[in-house]
Design a protein around this ligand. Structure first.
Ligand SMILES: [Fe+2]
Ligand SMILES: [Fe+2]
Length: 214
C-alpha cells in the first residue's frame, strides 16, 4: 500500500478552487432534509414572489460568505483543533446553502451573479483574521454568527406572510447559527474590537443591498 502523498501548494490551490466553484455555483448538497419538507407551496402574488426571492438570494449569498470566511480561516489556522472546528462549521453551512438554493429554484429565481466576488472577498477576510491567531479566528465565528442570527430575525419579519416554506428554512438556520456561535465561545473565542465588528456589519450591509437585486 502506498502512503498518501502530502499536498503540494498547487494541490491545495486546486482543492480551494474546486471548493470555491462548488460553493459559488450553487451545487451544494444538504445532508439533512430541507426544513420546508412537505409544507404547501403558498399562493404568493408576483410582488411577494419577487420580494421572497430577493431575501432568499441574500441568505444564499450570506451562506456563500460564511463558507468562504471559514475556509479562509481554516487555511491559516495554527491549531489543528481550531482548523477542524472551522471546517466542521463550513460543512454545516452547506445544508443552509443547499436549502436556500432549493427555495430560490422554487421561486423561479437564481443565486446572486456576484457570488464568486463575495466568495473571494470573504475568503480574504478569513485569511486576514486567521493570521492574527486562533482566538481571533473563533471571535470572527462568534461575531459572524451573531450578526447572521440578528439578520435572520429581520428577514423572518420581512418575508411575505404566506411564505411558510422560506420561513421554515430560515427558522432552522437561525437555530443552527446560534449553536455555531455558542460552540465557538466554548472553544475560547476572544471578543473582537468594536471597530472590527462594525466593519463586518458594514460589509454585510453592502452585500445584502446588492444581493437582493443582483
Ligand atoms: Fe448558515
Ligand atoms: Fe453558521
Amino acid at each position: 500500500m502506498t502512503s498518501p502523498r502530502a499536498l503540494t501548494p498547487l494541490d491545495r490551490l486546486l482543492v480551494e478552487a474546486q471548493r470555491a466553484l462548488g460553493t459559488t455555483l450553487g451545487v451544494a448538497r444538504a445532508e439533512r432534509p430541507n426544513p420546508a419538507g412537505r409544507l404547501r407551496d403558498p399562493a404568493l402574488d408576483a410582488e411577494d414572489v419577487r420580494h421572497a426571492a430577493g431575501l432568499m438570494r441574500v441568505n444564499h449569498t450570506g451562506e456563500v460568505c460564511a463558507q468562504a470566511l471559514y475556509v479562509g480561516q481554516a487555511a491559516v489556522a495554527r491549531d489543528d483543533a481550531t482548523r477542524a472546528q472551522l471546517l466542521a462549521a463550513a460543512q454545516e453551512e452547506t445544508d443552509h446553502l443547499a436549502w436556500c438554493a432549493d427555495r430560490l429554484r422554487e421561486l423561479d429565481s437564481r443565486p446572486s451573479l456576484l457570488n464568486p466576488l463575495w466568495y473571494a472577498g470573504s475568503y480574504a477576510i478569513g485569511v486576514a483574521a486567521g493570521l492574527r491567531g486562533d482566538g481571533w479566528n473563533l471571535g470572527f465565528v462568534v461575531e459572524t454568527e451573531r450578526q447572521v442570527e440578528a439578520h435572520l430575525d429581520e428577514h423572518l419579519a420581512s418575508l411575505p406572510a404566506g411564505d411558510a416554506r422560506s420561513r421554515a428554512i430560515l427558522g432552522t438556520m437561525k437555530v443552527d447559527e446560534a449553536r455555531h456561535a455558542d460552540h465557538a465561545v466554548a472553544a475560547g473565542a476572544r471578543l473582537l474590537p468594536r471597530p472590527v465588528a462594525a466593519a463586518m456589519a458594514m460589509a454585510s450591509k453592502v452585500m445584502k443591498t446588492v444581493a437582493y437585486r443582483i
